[in-house]
Design a binder for this molecule. Structure first.
Ligand code: PNS
Length: 190
């Protein structure tokens, strides 16, 4: 059985990784599908996000990372998926996720949405929160994979905390920093 795990992943967090790892145990194959969304100003480009996810998941042999635009359900149909995988952190996620699941069901009765309860330790975690902490110089290397923390610190041109400085991972290519520092956070993000 093939499941699609769609999302923004700007960037991937340990909460996303938790869902991906558990999804890979439940399904024969999982595709993490990064939405190419022209309406958002992301911190990382889609190729950067794909690379971050790939670097976080070399241990998962039944995982593919891809990108898509348009409707998630159309991408799922195109890939012959049986399920959409989503994580649920808190009650407030539920309303929006249920609406999406119901909408997607009206578009394809064959594709089920499967929710996994996010592990307790990540129930507060979102990409937006990580970006906000990093923006103000806080430590984030316990919230995202180490190489992603390096990428984020580089974006915000902050000196990383000592724990992140000890990693010898290559950061993402340089980018205009003034533009990123004025970026506004999205309303809700996983
Ligand atoms: O990580 P996110 O931002 O919470 O992911 C939301 C996402 C990408 C799953 C959702 O916005 C989506 O599916 N967008 C694609 C457009 C679409 O299919 N819209 C109808 C969903 S009901």
């Amino acid at each position: 059985m093939l499941a699609i795990y769609p999302g923004s992943f700007d960037p991937i967090t340990l909460g996303h990784l938790d869902i991906i790892e558990r999804g890979c145990k439940l399904f024969d194959q999982v595709i993490v599908a990064v939405l190419r969304n022209p309406n958002k100003t992301p911190l990382f480009t889609v190729p950067e996000r794909i690379e971050q996810i790939r670097r976080s998941t070399p241990h998962l042999s039944n995982l593919e990372v891809d990108s898509f635009d348009g409707l998630t359900i159309n991408y799922a149909k195109m890939r012959h998926a049986s399920a959409l995988l989503r994580g649920l952190r808190v009650l407030s996620d539920f309303e929006m996720e249920l609406q999406m699941a119901h909408t997607n069901k009206t578009l394809s009765a064959q594709i089920e949405t499967v929710f996994l309860a996010t592990s307790n330790e990540y129930s507060f975690l979102s990409s937006s929160l990580v970006k906000e902490i990093a923006r103000f110089g806080g430590a984030i290397d316990h919230l995202v994979p180490k190489h992603v923390a390096v990428d984020i610190y580089q974006c915000f041109a902050k000196i990383p905390p000592a724990s992140a400085q000890t990693t010898n991972l290559t950061p993402a290519p340089d980018r205009p920093k003034t533009e990123l520092l004025t970026e506004s956070l999205p309303d809700r993000e996983t």
